[in-house]
Write a protein that binds this ligand. Sequence first.
Ligand code: GLP
Length: 239
Amino acid sequence: MLADHEVMSRFAAQVVLAAVRRLAAESDGLPLRLVFSAGKTPIRLYELLATDYVDEFDWSRVHLYQMDEYVDPPSMDQDFSRYLSDKVIEPLGIGSANLMIRSHVDGRGGDWKSFIQRHEHHLRRSGGIDLVLHGIGSNGHLGFNEPGTAPTAAGAVVPLTASTRAAAGPIPIATHGVTLGLGVLLAAKETIVLASGSHKAQAVAQFLCGPVTSDCPASWLRCCDRVTVAVDAAAAKLL
Ligand code: GLP
C-alpha cells in the first residue's frame, strides 16, 4: 500500500523497470511482449517512464500489444490506440506495436470480432504476454472483461456494463468494447495491477480478499504467479 497516487506511480515505475530488465535477461534477445492499460490510473506512471526512465532500458526491444478499445465511441478522441501512441509508444521509443487502429478495422467492414481473434492469435503465436500492466474497473473488470467472464475466455467484442460506462464520466461513451480475453491476460509471465482512489476500494477488497470468482474478474489473478499489486491508501481503505 502506497500513500497516494504519486507515490504509487513512482513505485510502479521501479517495478516496471525491474520487470523489463529481468524479462529481457531471460529473453535471448527476442522482443518483449508488453500489454499496458490505457486507463487514467497509469498516466503519471507513463510520464515518469518517459522522463526519468527513458534511458534506463532499451525500449526499442519492446513490442506493445493493445489490450482493449472502444468499438463505437461517439468521439475518436477516446481511442486507446491514440492514448498509447501519445503516452507510451512515442515518448519511450517503443520498437513495434500491434494496435487496434479504428480506421484499419472499419476499413475492413467494421469487423471487430475477426480483428480481435487475429490480434489475440498473433500475440499467442508470438509466445504470449511477458508483462501486463492492469488498471482495475470499479466492478473488478480487467481490460473489458466484465463480471461474468470465464478465466479461460478468448478475446471478444463485449457490451460495456453501466458501471464501466459511468466510470468514463459525464461524456457520452461507447456501448461496446473489444478486449484481449482473460485466458491470454492471466497467462502473462508477469503482472502489475494499479489502483488509486476511493472509488476503487470496493473492487480492490473483492479482488484481494473476496472469493476467487468470475463475479470479480481481477480475483482470478490470485491464481497467477508473479503478480505485483500497487494501490494507494484511498483504494486500500477497505482492506
Ligand atoms: C478501463 C479499461 C481498462 C483499464 C480499467 C481502469 O475501462 N478497459 O483497460 O485498465 O478500465 O481504468 P482507469 O485506470 O481509468 O480507472
